[in-house]
Design a protein. Structure first.
Length: 336
């Protein structure tokens, strides 16, 4: 069957379904017209497997029908205005946090990077913290209590998912809302709040449920598979705003009894190295791909340049971590 205007029958049906599920009825015809018009002029976008939200943004950026603005664009502009109002109203003043020994915080180091740190002591006018620096090891630092508000953040974690409360993080990288929408093909609608002391405080994009990790043990030998079960036992996979660092949140990640099978290497500060991450299996709908009814996916790391992430286990928080590698979240896929 020949494609009309760059779209075949499947593309037109898929676009219609997306419009019905993701766009308000009052704007549905208008948004569909913008997308179809852009695809007629740029049929190559269909061959590039771009999502409908991404094609819509391209159309708007190119000046197609400047009077027509998508629902998502309106919401993003509203969230940006709300963020600016909150900043103007509350300013940048912060009070010193009340911290005690054992608290987990995000620590802004002198190198300009953020680390998951633990308060290990208090001295007159100072907090003493301990954190792990890749390639260096465990590092200790003293922070003046009067500077704590700018160097620390409590370990509260926000995960973007889908209910009517959404706040936007703006910066040089795409907002995490966009990462979620392009990975799943559905509009962001709510935020879940988690307490995850092994992850720096911030806003993270929900990607999918973690089914299993395939790891080449640090001691060598055959690749080992860690399965996480279903329902609440399965952690969720999230990405930070760089789209180049994923974390695992919630679920049952405690593999303490299996550390010997990996020949775990002590990295200090409660962290042990399990080995190299070879493959990640996950479950999640992708409403904008060729097979939207499929929800089981797997990704082999290092497919482009052989770079593999190191898998760590935090023995204190009973959480798994990815370190390094050269993977990225690109549209609906994990790449490399």
């Amino acid at each position: 069957m020949s494609a009309r205007g760059g779209m075949d029958a499947y593309d037109r049906k898929h676009l219609k379904t997306w419009l019905q599920q993701s766009v308000f009825s009052d704007d549905r015809r208008k948004v569909g017209k913008i997308i179809r018009s852009y695809v007629r002029r740029h049929p190559e976008v269909i061959g590039q497997s771009r999502s409908w939200p991404e094609i819509l943004r391209l159309a708007e950026a190119s000046g197609s029908n400047p009077r027509d603005v998508s629902v998502l664009q309106k919401k993003r502009e509203a969230r940006e205005r709300a963020s600016q109002i909150r900043q103007a109203r509350h300013g940048s003043a912060k009070r010193n946090p009340k911290l005690t020994i054992g608290d987990h915080v995000k620590f802004h180091g002198h190198d300009g990077k953020d680390y998951a740190a633990t308060v290990i002591g208090t001295k007159r006018g100072y907090f003493e913290v301990s954190y792990y620096v890749p390639g260096t090891g465990t590092v200790k630092a003293l922070v003046k209590k009067k500077e704590a508000a700018t160097r620390f953040n409590p370990a509260e974690l926000l995960i973007v998912g889908a209910n009517p409360r959404v706040e936007v993080v703006h910066g040089d990288n795409p907002p995490v809302e966009e990462i979620t929408e392009e990975f799943t093909g559905t509009e962001v609608k709510w935020i879940d709040v988690y307490n995850e002391p092994h992850i720096p405080r911030g806003r993270y994009a929900y990607l999918a449920k973690l089914l299993s990790l395939h790891i080449k043990p640090a001691k060598g030998g055959q690749v080992q598979k860690i399965s996480f079960g279903e329902g609440d036992r399965a952690p969720i996979i999230v990405s930070d705003s760089s789209a180049k660092q994923i974390y695992f949140v919630g679920g049952n990640q405690d593999i303490s009894s299996a550390l010997a099978a990996f020949g775990a290497i002590d990295k200090g500060n409660g962290l042990v190295e399990l080995g190299q991450g070879r493959r990640i299996d996950y479950q999640g709908r992708k409403e904008h791909v060729a097979s939207p009814d499929e929800d089981l996916w797997k990704h082999h790391h290092g497919e482009e340049n052989g770079a593999l992430p190191t898998v760590l286990f935090d023995t204190r928080s009973k959480r798994l971590l990815y370190e390094g590698g050269d993977y990225r979240i690109e549209g609906p896929w994990i790449r490399n």
